[in-house]
Write a protein that binds this ligand. Sequence first.
Ligand code: ATP
Ligand code: MG
Ligand code: MG
Ligand code: MG
Length: 569
Amino acid sequence: MRQSQLLMPTLRESPSEAEAASHQWMLRAGLIRQLAAGIYTYLPLGRRVLRKLEQIVREEMDLAGAQEVLMPAMQPAELWKESGRYEVYGPELMRLRDRHDREFTLGPTHEEVITSLVRGEVSSYRQLPLTLYQIQTKFRDEKRPRYGLLRGREFLMKDAYSFDADWEGLHRSYTSMYEAYHRIFTRCGLYFRSVEADAGSIGGEGGTHEFMALADIGEDTIAVCDSCSYAANLEKAEYGGKEQAASEESSVRDEHEAELVRHHTPNIKTIEQLSQAFELEAAAFIKTLIYAVDGKPVAVVVRGDHEVNEIKVKNKLSAAHVELADQTTAERVTGAPTGFAGPIGLQIPILVDDAVLAMESGIAGANEADYHLGNVKPLIHLSQAAAGDFRNAEAGDHCPRCEEGRLAFHRGIEVGHVFKLGTKYSEALHATYLNASGREQPFIMGCYGIGVSRLLSAVLEQHSDNNGIIWPRAIAPYQVHVVPVSVKDTVQMDLAAHITSRLSEAGVEVLMDDRDERPGVKFKDSDLIGIPLRIVIGKQAAEGIVELKTRKTGEVQQLGLEEALVFAT
Ligand code: ATP
Ligand code: MG
Ligand code: MG
Ligand code: MG
């Protein structure tokens, strides 16, 4: 490809709107452009990298025996009503109507669609196991789209769904996906950990793992044992990835999906006491954090990764404790303007013993600059709450698994998630097959997601330096950048063309900088876009000698033509 013809609008300066390194590099290197918040166009370089990632995902999914399909983004709301998620998914679900006033959604995920498909097409245990996947655009009206592709509202996901006759089968399907995920992320050059995510009660004995790219910008905190293989997602942070931003912007974020309960006594020390106080079943604790202000617990955050389970928690609270309060009451009790104006949507103050413990949408006043709670920090993590494991986890604590090693905390970006669903959707949608004795059974399901566009950002968070991107070769938009120093020099240009065609014949993807620019400009752009190997063709072209520069190490070597071609192939 000739660079003079390539739509690759590079920027000299870091765009001010981009906080995350990956976001800055993607804008500066001309990979993406924003259309609206969380909605991006992929320019040619970005599209190429995305395709590389897709291809790796495809190859590994196929190898694991999964079959590719493509499902519609537009889904009848009926299906979502059948599964019960239409009501509970919340404002993240994009909803629309067609010309006949029929309700639709833009799929944030495809459990409903795939379950209804398999319900119609698979009827016998002989057709199982079955794993289907797609790579497709997802829509989630995220409250805070940010960090470029890390949290988009329209993004690319690989989602796979397995159907088995029994739990042993599900375990095999799950393991096969789990292993494929390891291969995928390794091939992409990502530093990652698979961690135990909190399963909650989804699928009962089901399990779930998240794949976390290690990066400071990550919104999750993971605890990793330095001795055994234990690694777990401790906390789904309510605040942004940067501690600093967290304290500056808002101490406690008001994610719609979170239950934020401000507790009025510091006396709750055990899961049992917590359960009693809120009449929750211990098993309902999927992710729980106790926030502390100046060391005193003030807020209990109960949240689930799964909407329905979360809503069960809510309902339980509703039944026991939630009353609608008017704005005055809320303000009187909390001493802060709440912005609460009646029973709208999810903004329900949660009352316990007449005290407002929480606003559904956040600790009251959290959106008012002067009423932030100061110094709010997660104090106690109840990541294993269902197991009664109530720990005040701190870095350096003993590992709960081996009890020998010490825990270290890292920030992570969730790039993948595997989940044993069990019969949750097959039961809700009456998707059954006939077993060997002719009895109708619900499919045992699993679901497996990878944020393909998020993965692109995650790789970039880990692979750049002060001068720009450093692509791992497997996903680089081009593997070799051929840079003739002077395009007016026909000897240089002829050699550049020769090298380009020889490499292309050998299956190497080459970008050739045929722009009439100063060498400094060319080299700067070359560093910025991060192609792994640069071949500079300068004064020694007449002797057939070129200069090779490895982007990652900066290592430079002068080689003759044939040697250079061997090195670059
Ligand atoms: P998060 O916790 O970051 O909101 P999630 O748990 O809601 O993610 P899943 O429902 O598990 O996401 O979706 C599967 C994968 O899709 C995630 O592991 C993540 O890599 C990706 N993903 C989810 N939301 C987004 C988003 N808004 N933008 C980009 N990728 C996303
Ligand atoms: Mg989410
Ligand atoms: Mg998550
Ligand atoms: Mg997830």
